[in-house]
Design a binder for this molecule. Structure first.
Ligand SMILES: [Zn+2]
Length: 493
């Protein structure tokens, strides 16, 4: 019997605004679609948090024994600088500025995206389709929507008719908006605008000769609107209605709202049963943004080459930090928070080592069966990883008491505890163990911290020869020490 048959999962569905009992369309199978990155710049840490939440969800479903088809796309065309179908394509713009082929931009940042995700120990999705690989499918959907009367063509562009759609269906149900309010809150259309209503959105845009990414279509050469690719790819690989669609909460409107409208206009059916949205990552209490400098890239955290953190942090420590918050809560990143998480992560890893070498006794004081179900209950309650982690630390407390001879554990219970802790720590939360590649940097960090301490002692003893030697030798190995008022920070290049 599969585990999922006795674990009843509840998921917060953004569409209903309620926690609902999860029931997949086909028993034992799950179809999940997550909006992937637009590959025109290095992947943001906030995006990493979103994808990590869905990686954890994917991992938990697999742990429960579901067969999951997880589709996460790559947006390599069609995402315009302005949400209102204006401005340049983000990738084409970057290509122009850096004098590259658009596909060079796509390749560079797709590789960056995969490299960072691999460091964070993500499982690859089942399918990772691209927008440019599905132009034909997108054109077919546009033809279908035109035929059903929910779109119109103007000068080689095709727009979705939101007002017409809203007569038969409800536009705005995911984001809780009403079309009348949206219309009354929008400025008048300018004369040159081709749209009938400001809420209409592009399905296909005519491309001028200067536009480097364009394809032939029944309406002339052009490119698809951004929202359409997700409808085309999710329908193709998961069907007209599938189980789960996820993304960052900033995508709820207009992106996901438009996806729903496109699907309903084309198939007459609601495309998704459960909509899941992840919350924001802030830094030092403020929104992360390149323009204000309150921003940090994952690679800058791993190397320590940044002005925000006192030292490098390993991908597992960051992953542990992110998993300590529920995916629907805002999470604030700071040096102190990362230091605390890193400590917690090391305590957990040490306890796993201690557990492997624990001596067993005749009986157990620790009720493993009850504890195990509490771990599942946490995950079954909308993937509550902070509660799961708190439960793991209950086990850590017992492990240490057993080690000190204050409690005992039977051989069967020890084995059960090892199995379930390993499953949650490595398979579900997705951390990597101390001896695995990603945390080699953890060991190095420990050694550098030891040298920093020795250098401090040398300086206190006025042994500047030794303290300088430590600093200079580390520098030749690419490890920079930076003295500041809060002590010595370091980076590894
Ligand atoms: Zn999408």
């Amino acid at each position: 019997m599969q585990l999922y048959q006795n674990q009843h999962l509840k998921i917060y569905n953004s569409l209903s605004g309620k926690k609902e009992t999860f029931k997949p369309i086909n028993e034992g199978h799950i179809g999940m679609y997550v909006c992937g990155p637009t590959v025109y710049s290095n992947v943001h840490l906030g995006n990493c948090r979103t994808f990590m939440s869905f990686d954890m969800i994917f991992r938990y479903f697999k742990h429960l024994g579901y067969k999951v088809r997880y589709v996460r796309n790559i947006t390599d065309a069609g995402h315009l600088v302005d949400d209102a179908d204006d401005g340049e394509d983000k990738i084409a713009r970057k290509a122009r500025l850096e004098q590259l082929e658009p596909m060079e931009v796509v390749q560079r940042y797709t590789v960056d995206f995969h490299t960072i995700l691999q460091k964070f120990n993500f499982l690859p999705p089942s399918i990772e389709p691209t927008a440019t690989g599905h132009i034909i499918e997108q054109i077919e959907i546009i033809k279908d929507i035109l035929e059903k009367g929910f779109a119109y063509e103007v000068n080689g562009s095709v727009y979705f008719d939101v007002v017409k759609f809203n007569e038969d269906y409800a536009y705005g149900k995911l984001s809780g908006r009403k079309l009348e309010d949206m219309i009354s809150n929008t400025r008048e259309l300018t004369a040159q605008n081709e749209k009938k209503s400001p809420q209409d959105f592009a399905l296909w845009k005519k491309a001028g000769p200067e536009h480097i990414m364009q394809w032939p279509s029944p309406w002339g050469d052009g490119f698809p609107g951004w929202h359409l690719e997700c409808t085309a790819m999710s329908t193709k690989y998961l069907g007209e209605t599938f189980d789960i669609h996820g993304g960052g909460m900033d995508l709820k409107f207009p992106h996901h709202e438009c996806e729903i409208a496109q699907s309903e206009a084309s198939t007459g059916q609601s495309p998704v049963n459960y909509w899941l949205h992840t919350n924001m990552l802030t830094m030092n209490g403020k929104k992360m943004a390149k323009s204000t400098g309150n921003n940090i890239l994952p690679g800058e955290i791993f190397s320590g080459e940044n002005k925000i953190l006192s030292k490098p942090f390993s991908p597992s420590a960051i992953r542990f930090f992110m998993m300590q918050a529920h995916y629907t809560s805002i999470l604030d990143l700071s040096n102190d928070a990362l230091l605390a998480s890193e400590k917690g992560y090391h305590r957990l890893m040490e306890a796993l080592d201690v557990l492997d070498n624990l001596e067993t006794g005749k009986s157990s004081e620790f009720n493993i069966e009850k504890w195990k179900q509490e771990c599942y209950d946490a995950m079954n309650d909308d993937f509550n990883t902070p509660i799961l982690i708190a439960k793991m630390f209950d086990a850590v407390k017992h492990i240490n008491l057993i080690k000190e001879g204050k409690e005992s554990i039977s051989p069967q219970d020890k084995e059960a505890l090892q199995t379930i802790l390993h499953a949650f720590v490595f398979d579900v939360i997705g951390l990597e163990g101390k001896n695995e590649g990603a945390t080699g940097s953890d060991k190095l960090s420990g050694i550098v911290e030891l040298l920093i301490q020795l250098r401090k002692e040398a300086r206190e003893n006025k042994d500047f020869g030794t303290s300088d030697k430590i600093r200079d030798q580390l520098a030749t190995m690419g490890i920079q020490l930076k003295d500041g008022k809060d002590g010595t920070a370091f980076s590894i290049s």
